[in-house]
Design a binder for this molecule. Structure first.
Ligand SMILES: [Zn+2]
Length: 484
């Protein structure tokens, strides 16, 4: 879902208020307590944490996402996974002479790379269920915009915390996010142990309005590679209909200057096509190309529903990644993305949830299943998007889309972003084809434990880095104030 809408942009005082943003609070260093381990800082700074922790996951079934020579996924196998600091150091038979800070018994568990959610707006989790099944404009005018106008920096942080809790509990270890007051989201990412690629949503400023592009250098310097590398920063021009051509040119230049990837909504609705045609006499992809957005920049485009044959070829040449958000597209009746065709053209397609306002949850396992099923219905072909390919979209392709080189697979030397699923459940029996089960049968609630960058952030369904009870209580209170 776009966080603001074309017909309302520009010209509303309310939107001006939203996008001016409020000054961020001074960031404080916080301590995260990892039970059974040690205290260590949830580093907001950029230096690697000094305390090296070691974890052994013993006798676990591993779905590493490695490929066989014929291109198929390597079948799950039994192994021990050893972790030191933030990295996986071995997958095989562990050195039991060595002392580990923590040993996890892996029998009955499946270890796989944490899922990568490549598009969303986490703070909007506070608006979950507020305005379902409505026409777009009444929903926006009567619900979303008035609620957003009341949001404080503390609300942004709270919505971010609620979403991060939900994502950890359902097996997501990395997410990409675009919203406003993103300093607050960065702070809660740092404290929670989560990994994220963040961008401030930017639009062409009105006369007298602050230009957020000017804030980008300071935001980038402050947060890129912060929290021991768990946070990376992108540029976030909102969409072709909210950023004019000159503004997009400036975004492209800044992207080249900072080597920062660009995250943008693209070709989400038929209305967007009509608006860009009215304004420029072309289609959104052509507008971005003419503005130089793709020149020397890595681009992540959310949605990509209205893409024609010529654009398929062009996006493949330009190495653009698409974040496919099937349930948001269905709920908002935006349309069906041509995922099978995008993949057939060699385009890197990853998966996202979009916000809890248009989904209405952030469970990537549901998104995986929907991606597979929807593509089959769209093509009237049950052979498209087989389970293994969908798993690749949510792991390997997601890492590529966010320009993260060392996540998305379980291999020695890569970041230890690992989810452990409890296989001892009726809907995962018989355990004949676990690759199939992960797409067609598993649920987020099957995730038992989560490790991100070598830190155990959830153990046996208990999140160790956040006060979940407090966050949920505060979220309920905030919704009473915001969603009225
Ligand atoms: Zn969106």
């Amino acid at each position: 879902m776009p966080m603001i809408y074309p017909a309302l942009w520009p010209g509303k005082k309310m939107i001006w208020k939203i996008f001016c943003g409020l000054s961020s609070e001074t960031m404080r260093r916080r301590l995260v307590f990892v039970p059974n381990l040690k205290f260590r800082p949830a580093a907001n700074g950029k230096n690697k944490e000094e305390i090296v922790l070691s974890i052994l996951i013993r006798n676990v079934t591993v779905l590493s996402m490695e490929k066989e020579k014929d291109g198929s996924l390597k079948p799950p196998f039994k192994a021990d996974i050893a972790i030191e600091g933030s990295k996986i150091v071995s997958i095989g038979t562990a050195d039991f002479e060595k002392k580990y800070d923590k040993i996890i018994e892996g029998c009955g568990l499946l270890a796989m790379p944490g899922l990568i959610n490549t598009h969303g707006h986490v703070a909007m989790s506070l608006f979950r269920g507020y305005g379902d099944d409505m026409e777009l404009m009444p929903w926006l005018m009567e619900r979303v915009l008035p609620a957003e106008a009341k949001m404080t920096p503390a609300d942004i942080a709270l919505g971010g915390q609620l979403a991060i809790m939900e994502m950890i509990k359902s097996g997501t270890t990395t997410f990409a996010d675009m919203y406003f007051m993103m300093d607050k989201v960065a702070e809660v990412v740092a404290a929670s142990g989560m990994r994220a690629s963040l961008c401030e949503g930017m639009t062409t400023p009105m006369i007298g309005q602050h230009d957020k592009l000017e804030d980008f250098p300071a935001f980038y310097e402050k947060w890129h590679n912060a929290a021991s590398g768990r946070i990376t920063i992108m540029l976030g021009p909102h969409a072709p209909y909210t950023c004019d051509k000159d503004y997009l040119k400036r975004v492209g230049e800044l992207g080249r200057q900072y080597q920062a990837p660009i995250h943008i909504h693209l070709a989400e609705t038929q209305t967007e096509l009509e608006q860009i045609n009215d304004m420029y006499g072309c289609r959104p992809v052509q507008l971005l190309e003419e503005a130089g957005i793709f020149d020397g920049n890595k681009v992540l485009a959310a949605h990509g529903i209205y893409i024609n044959e010529q654009e398929l070829r062009r996006l493949a040449q330009l190495d653009v990644s698409i974040a496919h958000n099937p349930r948001s597209n269905m709920k908002l009746a935006s349309g069906l993305a041509p995922v099978a065709e995008l993949l057939a053209h060699g385009i890197n397609v990853a998966i996202g949830t979009d916000s809890a306002c248009s989904n209405n949850n952030l469970d990537m396992f549901q998104e995986l299943r929907t991606s597979a099923l929807l593509a089959k219905v769209r093509e009237l072909d049950p052979t498209v998007l087989p389970a293994a390919q969908v798993l690749e979209m949510a792991t390997i392709n997601g890492a590529k889309a966010l320009a993260l080189a060392d996540v998305g697979m379980l291999l020695p030397g890569m970041e230890a972003d690992i989810i452990l699923l409890d296989l001892d459940q009726p809907h995962l029996y018989p355990p004949t084809d676990l690759i199939s089960h992960m797409v067609y049968a598993a649920c987020g609630s099957d995730v038992d434990s989560v490790i991100i960058s070598g830190q155990l952030v959830m153990e046996k369904r208990q999140i160790l880095t956040m006060d979940c009870e407090k966050i949920q209580a505060e979220a309920a209170q905030a919704a009473k104030r915001l969603c009225v």
